[in-house]
Design a protein around this ligand. Structure first.
Ligand code: COA
Ligand code: AMP
Length: 623
């Protein structure tokens, strides 16, 4: 069926469309009702259904005689390790971790925080939670203890599962001391930790609190999957909001399984048994959906890569992995391709590898610049497909659909709306804008299966953040336009979020950190263009008049504060001291005007500006 027919099918009868897709999932109790909108503006998919996501990812394939197919390929250039796990083997490890969790009192609805590097035990731990109906909360390793503590306080996990360390090029990142610090900082006290000891750096365990995960795996019984309600949360994933408090996005079991399984073929054109590689991190939504859940739901093989696009050991690493494991489709952030292109502009390293099975390269996480797309197409000789995503949705809002016959790719556009999403471009009054005009990209409610319909224990904040700007619509906080052929062009965020190397960061959170500095009177952090990372943060600080500290010391301290409180992932390295910040007469800092000045982009001087001369002061400070 073509994209057009499929999209029309969905539009004509969304519940019939999703009812059919739900048949691809094993339900312990089949849902009779497909969609419940009685609690408008909220919604619930497959409300009476019961299932187990881990069963659908692992046991079902083993029971269907596919247990010897590879589920996971772990390739770690940083430890020079390559291990393959069949579905049977991954199930075995998962069921034992579930046993260990159960022995320590974890059951349905309990939260388990996972702070681990890209190792198979991280994936098995996520699946083990799903097996018990427990809710996993994975935190990306590049976040500092303070961020970890915030997530501990909000999610109140019964257990933390951590690795002893992660490995970044040139340095070992000890996770365990960060876990200890986070537990110390957090108001909510975690009593039990499972630690996976990596040979490269073993952690000191605290007696009575910390347990060696491998020993637990070796000595635990396997447990059976526990059926849960479709609406029960599978996981909470924290993502940046406009303040320092991250948003705990809740993903429900039923809708997630249905939408993700469907997406494997519809979006990526992947068959069971084929190899898919999402070169992301399990700490991000792409990792949750396309390293872990979707490939396994589909009976495909997923690659878990613990390395970087360049430097581990070189810019041929991606092509080595694709060639070595016969990857059919891969997914990464444009930053990764830009890094490779910078090192290997003529694609010489690509030519070294046989990529005969490689059919498609998918991109998401940040705007893909047309020049990178063109470079990749020229050298990889496969379609380069950009698609639009959010942590909130868990799968592509828009794209170009390999399972529905690809249509023409327009470099710079994220393709057309996915069946399931009615995307429109709205003006400030919520009216649909004519084709080609920039506005707010919004999605008509109800959102399709898998999309979060609440924040962890905070429906009110969800409503305020997403549902109140336009009545009857979900505000994506992305601005862009839709052209007259229905292609969506995602151009920028409308809030204080920046996309730095495909990582979603809050400039508001960085400002909160900077304002704690005793010598800073006020500050603004804005996103500026960066050739490699797309965007990076830049701080503008006004120093207290009585301050006697040298400027360089203050700058250095602010950089360290953001690194220590948010984490190295914030990539906060640029700070400028200014005398004043440009503001409106009502006192709102003109952050987008500041970014335009730094990026040398044209900008309109806002009519409400308090003092225009400050803009020249900013330009002078940048010289
Ligand atoms: N644990 C601990 N630290 C981490 C980390 C992790 N999991 N991931 C990143 N960091 C650290 C890095 O070591 C770096 O620290 P440094 O300041 O001491 O150098 C810092 O966080 C910034 O990391 P990053 O933004 O990744 O920049 P980089 O310069 O180290 O690497 C790229 C540049 C292009 C190689 C890298 O950004 C990349 O692979 N990008 C692809 C992004 C991606 O896959 N995004 C997922 C969304 S789909
Ligand atoms: P995250 O929740 O971390 O996945 O980040 C979501 C945000 O990343 C979106 O709101 C967009 O701003 C941006 N984004 C994701 N995919 C794309 C894309 N293909 N093109 C442009 N921006 C994107």
């Amino acid at each position: 069926m073509s994209y057009k027919e499929n999209y029309e099918n969905w539009k004509q009868n969304p519940t019939a469309f999703w009812k059919e897709k739900a048949n691809d999932i094993y339900w312990n109790k089949k849902p009779e009702k497909i969609l419940d909108t009685s609690n408008s503006p909220f919604w619930s998919w497959f409300p009476e259904g019961e299932l187990n996501t881990c069963y659908n990812c692992l046991d079902i394939h083993v029971e269907n005689g596919k247990g010897d197919i590879n589920a996971l390929i772990y390739d770690s250039p940083v430890t020079e390790t390559k291990i393959t796990y069949t579905y049977k083997e991954l199930l075995n490890k998962t069921a034992k971790i579930a046993g260990a969790l159960q022995n320590h009192g974890v059951g349905k609805g309990d939260r388990v925080l996972i702070y681990m590097p890209m190792i198979p035990e991280a994936i098995a731990s996520m699946l083990a939670c799903a097996r018990l109906g427990a809710i996993h909360v994975v935190v990306f390793g590049g976040f500092a203890p303070n961020e970890l503590a915030t997530r501990i306080n909000d999610s109140k996990p019964k257990i933390i599962i951590a690795g002893s360390c992660g490995i970044e090029p040139g340095r070992i990142v000890e996770y365990k001391p960060m876990v200890d610090k986070a537990i110390q900082l957090a108001k909510y006290k975690v009593k039990t930790c499972f630690i996976f000891q990596r040979d490269i750096c073993r952690a000191k365990l605290i007696k009575g609190r910390d347990f060696n995960l491998q020993l637990l795996i070796d000595n635990s019984n396997s447990v059976k999957p526990v059926p849960v309600k479709s609406s029960d949360p599978l996981y909470i994933l924290y993502t940046s909001g406009t303040t320092g408090d991250p948003k705990g996005m809740v993903r429900e079991n039923g809708g997630h399984a249905v939408a993700l399984k469907n997406s494997m073929n519809m979006v990526y054109g992947l068959k069971p048994g084929e190899v898919f590689w999402a070169a992301s991190d399990i700490g991000w939504v792409v990792g949750h959906s396309y390293i872990v859940y979707a490939p396994l739901l589909n009976g495909s093989t997923s690659v878990l890569y613990e390395g970087k696009p360049t430097g581990t050991p070189d810019s041929g690493a991606f092509w080595r992995v694709i060639s070595e494991y016969n990857v059919s489709a891969m997914f990464t952030a444009p930053t990764a391709l830009r890094a490779i292109k910078r090192d290997d502009p003529n694609g010489k390293k690509i030519k070294k590898y046989d990529l005969k099975n490689f059919r498609m390269q998918f991109l998401a996480g940040e705007r893909a610049d047309p020049s990178t797309i063109k470079w990749a197409k020229k050298h990889l000789k496969v379609p380069i497909i950009d698609h639009w995503w959010q942590t909130e949705t868990g799968w592509a809002i828009a794209g170009n659909f390999a399972g529905l016959g690809l249509f023409e790719v327009k470099p710079g556009s994220t393709g057309k709306a996915s069946p399931g999403f009615n995307v429109q471009c709205l003006d400030e009054n919520g009216k649909i804008k004519p084709a080609g005009e920039i506005g707010a990209l919004a999605i008509k409610l109800p959102l399709p299966p898998s999309c979060s319909s609440t924040l962890w224990q905070d429906k009110k904040r969800y409503k305020k953040a997403y549902l109140e700007e336009f009545n009857g619509w979900y505000s994506s906080a992305d601005a862009g336009y839709i052209d007259n052929e229905g292609y969506i062009w995602v151009m920028a965020r409308t809030d204080d979020i920046i996309n730095c190397a495909g990582h979603r960061l809050s400039t508001g959170a960085m400002e909160e950190v900077l304002s704690k500095h005793e010598d800073i009177a006020e500050c603004a952090v804005v996103g500026i263009i960066d050739e490699l990372k797309g965007q990076i943060p830049m701080g503008f600080i006004v120093i207290n008049s009585g301050s006697t500290k040298p400027n360089n010391t203050i700058i250095e301290e602010t950089i360290n504060m953001v690194r220590n409180e948010i984490g190295p992932v914030a990539s906060f390295r640029k700070v400028i001291i200014v005398n004043r910040l440009p503001k409106t007469r009502s006192g709102k800092i003109l952050r987008s005007t500041i970014s335009s000045i730094v990026d040398k982009k044209p900008y309109k001087i806002p009519a409400t500006i308090d003092d225009e001369a400050i803009l020249d002061e900013i330009k002078d400070a940048l010289k």
